[in-house]
Design a binder for this molecule. Sequence first.
Ligand SMILES: NC(=O)C1=CN([C@@H]2O[C@H](COP(=O)(O)OP(=O)(O)OC[C@H]3O[C@@H](n4cnc5c(N)ncnc54)[C@H](OP(=O)(O)O)[C@@H]3O)[C@@H](O)[C@H]2O)C=CC1
Ligand SMILES: CC(C)(CO)C(=O)C(=O)O
Length: 308
Amino acid sequence: MPANKVLIIGAGALGAFYGSLLAKAGAEVAMVCRSDYAHVLNTGFVINSYQWGQYVFKPHQVLRTVQDYQDTADYVVLCTKVLPELNRVELLRPVVAETSTIVFIQNGVAIEAELSHAFPEHEIISGLAFICCNRIEPGKIEHLAYGRLTLGSVKNAVSPATEQLVGLFQQAGATCVASANIIAERWVKCLWNAAFNPLSVLSGGLSTLAIIQTQEQLVRHIMLDVLKVANACGYRLGLELIETNIANTHAMPAYKTSMLLDYERGQPMETEAILGNAVRAGQAANIETPYLATLYALMKLTELRLSK
Ligand SMILES: NC(=O)C1=CN([C@@H]2O[C@H](COP(=O)(O)OP(=O)(O)OC[C@H]3O[C@@H](n4cnc5c(N)ncnc54)[C@H](OP(=O)(O)O)[C@@H]3O)[C@@H](O)[C@H]2O)C=CC1
Ligand SMILES: CC(C)(CO)C(=O)C(=O)O
């Protein structure tokens, strides 16, 4: 029997959306729904997708906590935000069986090592989502644009488990590709996130389009800092990636970053996963990152203000 039991931890925008696609492909998808448990148990998720239209996704099992899962998942998929106060290893531990593959679909760099250390014998797949997707109310997800998913083993290979998961997403009609260099790709995505996510917050809520139309040079400097760090860490990212990212952002619809949505909702932001980890990697490699480090400091000050 093909591996098709999936447990998704983190029933927010991405968890619900990608979970619904796996269910479309015939997988048995169980979801850990923290705040939305009662709502999803009663009515399922309503997904309003620019690509697939509006549909209801009723998970095979709706669970309040990971401890409530009594089955053995082929894939345990982590779709929470990456936050210092959230212990990803402890969240996964109760449900990772000997045969389970761990998958994380999350933003940020240098976030794979803690999972590799905690689960050295397990296959771990890193996922990168290029999508604009929001949870607008309990159990209600808006898929506004894009949707591509890139998956690859953290050992920088395309494993059979990766190929099988890519196949499931493709069966659902999703754009999903396997990568043999997923960690380098995390750095490529970080070029964009490290610039636009904090600038959208620090500007008090400007869209990506407003930022790129007025601060293209600043964006270029920030991306260059990230690129230098990535290269010092051994990932060969070409300078042309910066111009491609800038051109793509001009062509994108005006978009609120996921960090801006968290800021507006008073929720914790992925400052450490996206900026802090990149700054620390730069320090470890003796690379100066004046723009990146300044953005990181300003975000820490913003977080301090919000905590008062
Ligand atoms: N949304 C997007 O368009 C994109 C998001 N990403 C990345 O994907 C990842 C997920 O983002 P997104 O889906 O937007 O996030 P959301 O904030 O929409 O969802 C996160 C979910 O995780 C749940 N959660 C948090 N802690 C726990 C816990 N201890 N146990 C169970 N559930 C928990 C939250 O539950 P609760 O509601 O109870 O807090 C929430 O449902 C992030 O790393 C983000 O940067 C990447 C590209 C685009
Ligand atoms: C690049 C983008 C917009 C979606 O892929 C994102 O990662 C975010 O909003 O944090």
